[in-house]
Design a protein around this ligand. Structure first.
Ligand SMILES: [Zn+2]
Ligand SMILES: [Zn+2]
Length: 238
């Protein structure tokens, strides 16, 4: 056990793809990876800065009666890509926190590429982790990532914007309506921090998109509390 621990610490960084020593994802392999071009997350068609089309938001409202409050969803790659999948798994579940540095670099570049010049009036936040998860996992991967990106981009990081008060019930057994109200109750804004988001553009940093419902709920709450734009910056989508 202890030997493994030291091996891990002393082992040089190796690229997950080509195995050469340097970074966890070397620049060559990063370029070769299937990278998302700037699209609208909902219709997957071309869109500037990964902006969600107004017409797509309108569609969701008409079809599903949901206000889509996320303005841009910036994604680096696909979770189906085995290199990215392995990296995310190691980062999230196997305490390979060093990977955050490579991910943060990738996401910072992706963000700059799309918001060239104009992001000084932005702040960065991250989703909170549920209490039970916090017991079994002693770090919040999204928080580590958010902190590094805030350093890279020199954008302020605001901590603990959300409190998560209860475990969301197993969502799959609930109807869509129940699911949403369940989510709504499980997300509570931290009253002590609420003035930090007023009139700000907000970047929520996360590792993976599995469902947009939770994040949309977050965006809704942020806007109710006078946030301006809400952007989701994420490594991979399902
Ligand atoms: Zn490589
Ligand atoms: Zn669209």
């Amino acid at each position: 056990m202890l030997i493994d621990f030291f091996k891990e610490i002393l082992a040089p960084k190796k690229c997950y793809s080509c195995k050469k020593e340097w970074n966890f994802l070397c620049e060559n392999c990063q370029k070769k990876l299937k990278n998302f071009s700037s699209i609208c997350y909902l219709c997957k068609k071309k869109s500037n800065n990964f902006e969600i089309h107004k017409s797509c938001k309108k569609n969701i409202l008409e079809k599903e009666n949901i206000f889509f409050e996320l303005d841009n969803i910036i994604i680096f790659s696909h979770y189906k890509n085995f290199v990215i999948k392995k990296m995310i798994e190691d980062f999230k579940f196997y305490s390979k926190k060093d990977i955050a540095e490579d991910f943060a670099k990738i996401l910072s570049e992706k963000f700059i590429e799309n918001f060239r010049g104009g992001f000084k009036d932005y702040i960065i936040i991250y989703p909170s982790m549920h209490f039970f998860k916090r017991i079994t996992r002693w770090y919040n991967p999204a928080k580590i990532l958010a902190k590094k990106i805030s350093e890279n981009l020199k954008i302020k990081l605001e901590k603990n914007i959300f409190k998560k008060i209860k475990n969301t019930k197993a969502q799959k057994f609930l109807s869509r309506q129940e699911r949403l109200s369940n989510l709504e109750k499980s997300l509570v804004i931290n009253k002590k921090q609420v003035d930090k988001i007023v009139d700000e553009n907000i970047i929520i940093v996360d590792d993976i998109i599995s469902t947009w419902a939770t994040l949309n709920e977050m965006a809704k709450i942020l806007k109710k509390n006078w946030a301006k734009k809400v952007i989701w910056l994420v490594i991979a989508s399902d």
